[in-house]
Ligand binder design. Structure first.
Ligand code: GUN
Length: 286
């Protein structure tokens, strides 16, 4: 019998932890502020941004939304980021990705002050994560680790297989699993004999972004399966990468979609914003 890793439950406990600390700051007249930039009108991005704003409200942060038209130039966007970098009353900045094609997302990420980079996408933060000396962690991989920890799922010494090698999920996920002493394999489009590799996984994390990608024949009996996918099926319904109904019976633990990793990402964003605020505050106090 498998157990579902309940992202709603665990994200709630993370947000409640953040909320208590935010209340203590608020009581001292300090308002924690997250600036969220969205460029264009991608409907999925709109949903994510709305959820992030809702979470800010719940934990007691102020959120500032900058909804810019798709015609915004890279220079205009970067100028806004520079302004937000300078503002002492803004503690976290994120630009929802993807941005329109005429804008280079790497340049946008590089423009964000690493201390306010609550996605932890900047070169400085990525480098710090790699050497294990980090303040801010990328939200989705950090959310997966939090979920494993909550259910007391041990990573040490276990075979961990990550499907996907994106900068946002796959690569940092592999690094965090390594820091937790997992034995990590990263697979991707060019991986040969993928099924043979995934079948050795005690912990399998899928972040390919393709519906029905992970099937029962790819999963070892008793594995922990974490589904980072956020896809739409043929009926437009939100689904992950994993064929849940056929994979779940083989698992010890599995995340659902929705209600698994998704809510964790947002909770970790709140945690990062709190951390960024606290670090900036201690910097100013010198
Ligand atoms: N687009 C998809 N996931 C993310 C994320 O975690 N952060 C940002 N900024 N954009 C995204």
């Amino acid at each position: 019998m498998y157990q579902v890793l309940d992202g709603k439950l665990v994200s709630q406990s993370v947000k409640d932890r953040v909320r208590v600390r935010a209340a203590a700051h608020n009581a001292k007249g300090e308002e924690i502020t997250l600036a969220v930039i969205i460029v264009g009108d991608d409907p999925a991005s709109r949903v994510y941004v709305n959820n992030k704003k809702k979470a800010c409200e719940y934990v007691g942060f102020r959120s500032l939304e900058y909804a810019l038209p798709a015609s915004t130039t890279q220079e205009e966007l970067i100028e806004l980021i520079h302004e937000l970098n300078e503002r002492r009353d803004v503690h976290g900045i994120l630009c929802q990705l993807p941005v329109p094609k005429h804008i280079d997302d790497k340049a946008v990420i590089a423009a964000i002050d690493p201390k306010k980079d609550v996605d932890a996408f900047s070169e400085i933060n990525v480098g710090k994560i790699l050497i294990g000396k980090y303040d801010l962690l990328p939200c989705t991989p950090a959310g997966v680790m939090e979920l494993l920890d909550y259910y007391d799922i041990k990573v040490e010494g276990r075979n961990c297989v990550v499907i996907g090698r994106s900068n946002i999920v796959g690569k940092p996920m592999a690094v965090l699993l390594m820091h937790a002493n997992g034995t990590v394999t990263v697979t991707h489009k060019k991986t040969r004999h993928l099924r043979e590799v995934t079948n050795k996984a005690d912990i399998l994390v899928s972040s390919v972004g393709r519906a029905k990608f992970v099937t029962a024949d790819m999963v070892k009996e008793g594995a922990v399966v974490v589904d980072v996918g956020m896809n739409r099926d043929e009926n437009g319904k939100l689904c992950g990468d994993v064929v849940f109904d056929e994979v779940a019976p083989k698992c010890s633990y599995i995340t659902p979609v929705p209600g698994g990793v998704g809510p964790m990402t947002i909770a970790m964003l709140m945690q990062n914003t709190l951390k960024a605020f606290e670090i900036q505050q201690s910097d100013y106090e010198g």
